[in-house]
Design a protein around this ligand. Structure first.
Ligand SMILES: Cc1ncc(COP(=O)(O)O)c(C=O)c1O
Length: 406
């Protein structure tokens, strides 16, 4: 993506031309960017360790079929969270032994569906879930070899919004955190899993989503805790094949954001593992945002400029909830927005980008200093590759936009 003569180019093509040919609203994804992200992440770890690196794509970020194909061909694994995602991953020819299943509030039906597949790894999110797993295995899958890992809650969570902090006792706004197994239960869950006939292979944590630079110290502490816990498990005589550090790191969403130091994170994890006595074979990661976030843009057309009580609105032809709900749901979610038709003007103003849904919160961006758009201009919501289309709905019976990949 680049600017040339005041116009935004995506690949070799003008964004406004694509918008004209394919219509708006429209999601545009870049294959090149997805692959760059994938190989960059792989390389950051590979240069620091000979261990196998499993990049498990958190497909909840965007289950678009072309994206799944690109990542499968590149060698990615999958992080699936529901029977629907699992089925979609298999339909897109991910081998089941490259799938990690991480459910929450897991039902008997979910488990029957998951256990009917061979070779995948099922994450245990609660001791109570393990009891349910035992029941389901005994009833329908007697003696079946089922690989499992334990998702623990290391007591440290980080995320850009309290709703996506997934570890610790409570998230910063006091919300009780529902994920993972408490530290003191971890060993007993391993012991029980073995006793029930499962094959425990790994330890997993996911602290939250959308880390920034200042999260690094806390994340490092959580890495230390994970390694200490893994050593304790190993000392008890359980073989650990892999440690899964989850996702959480991602691209730069807004100009002000200080990005999380991914290179240092990779170095830190690898160094700590080398210095320890751990006998693991692989390191797993579960990036969603990192792989696809900055590989997508959402093109929107300005219908008119509305001025009211001193507010200036660019009213566009889509809503947040039916295209990119993040800015409406999470207060801190800011996506950079560009006027593709006119990137640079001396005259800038504070513009609020308003969607076409009946809700005051239906805003793609609030009072953004940008080139003043005019009717018919095309705006690009950047970093729209992750958790946009996958979280979209038909609210107000509006259609979900088409997606194309270039
Ligand atoms: C268990 C788990 N792994 C990975 C992810 C991906 O997170 P991110 O997109 O921030 O990398 C999530 C996101 O919700 C998750 O819950």
């Amino acid at each position: 993506m680049k600017g040339k003569a005041g116009k935004l180019y995506i690949g070799q093509k003008k964004a406004i031309k694509i918008a004209k040919e394919r219509g708006t609203p429209l999601f545009l994804y870049s294959k090149t960017q997805i692959l760059l992200n994938f190989y960059n992440l792989l390389e950051l770890f590979r240069i620091n360790t000979p261990l196998e690196i499993r990049i498990c794509y958190a497909m909840k970020a965007n289950p678009n079929q072309s994206i799944l194909r690109i990542l499968r061909e590149a060698g990615a694994w999958i992080d699936a969270v529901s029977p629907g995602e699992l089925a979609e991953a298999l339909r897109n020819r991910f081998p089941s032994n490259k799938i990690l299943y991480t459910g929450t509030s897991v039902s008997q039906e979910d488990l029957r569906s998951v256990f009917s597949k061979n070779g995948l790894i099922v994450n245990i999110d609660a001791e109570e879930q393990l009891e349910l797993m035992k029941e389901v295995r005994e009833k329908w899958f007697k003696n079946k070899k089922i690989k499992v890992s334990v998702r623990w809650n290391p007591g440290i969570g980080r995320g850009f919004n309290p709703k996506v902090v997934t570890a610790g006792k409570k998230s910063p706004d006091g919300t009780p955190v529902k994920f993972g197994i408490e530290e003191k239960q971890v060993i007993s869950v391993f012991t029980k899993a073995l006793k029930y006939g499962f094959i425990p292979l790994g330890l997993h944590q996911h602290l939250g989503s959308g880390w920034v630079k200042e999260d690094f110290e806390a994340v490092k502490n959580a890495v230390d805790k994970m390694i200490r816990k893994a050593l304790e498990i190993q000392k008890k005589g359980y073989n650990l094949e892999f440690l899964d550090f989850g996702g959480g790191f991602g691209p730069k969403y807004s100009e002000k954001q200080k990005v999380f130091p991914l290179k240092k994170y990779a170095e830190y994890i690898c160094q700590k593992i080398v210095q320890s006595d751990l006998k693991i074979k692989a390191i797993a990661l579960e990036p969603g945002k990192y792989l696809v976030g900055d590989a997508g843009v959402l093109l929107l057309r300005v219908e008119y400029i509305k001025k009211s009580y001193g507010n200036v609105f660019a009213c566009v032809n889509a809503g947040t909830f039916n295209t990119a709900p993040r800015p409406a749901i999470y207060t801190q979610a800011q996506h950079h927005i560009l006027n593709c038709s006119n990137l640079y003007t001396k005259e800038k103003a504070k513009i609020t980008i308003a969607g076409n849904l009946c809700e005051t919160g239906d805003l793609f961006g609030k009072e953004i200093l940008m080139s003043i758009p005019k009717r018919g201009d095309i705006l690009a919501l950047l970093c729209a590759g992750a958790y946009c289309r996958s979280m979209a709905s038909n609210f107000n019976l509006r259609e979900i936009p088409k997606e194309i990949i270039i």
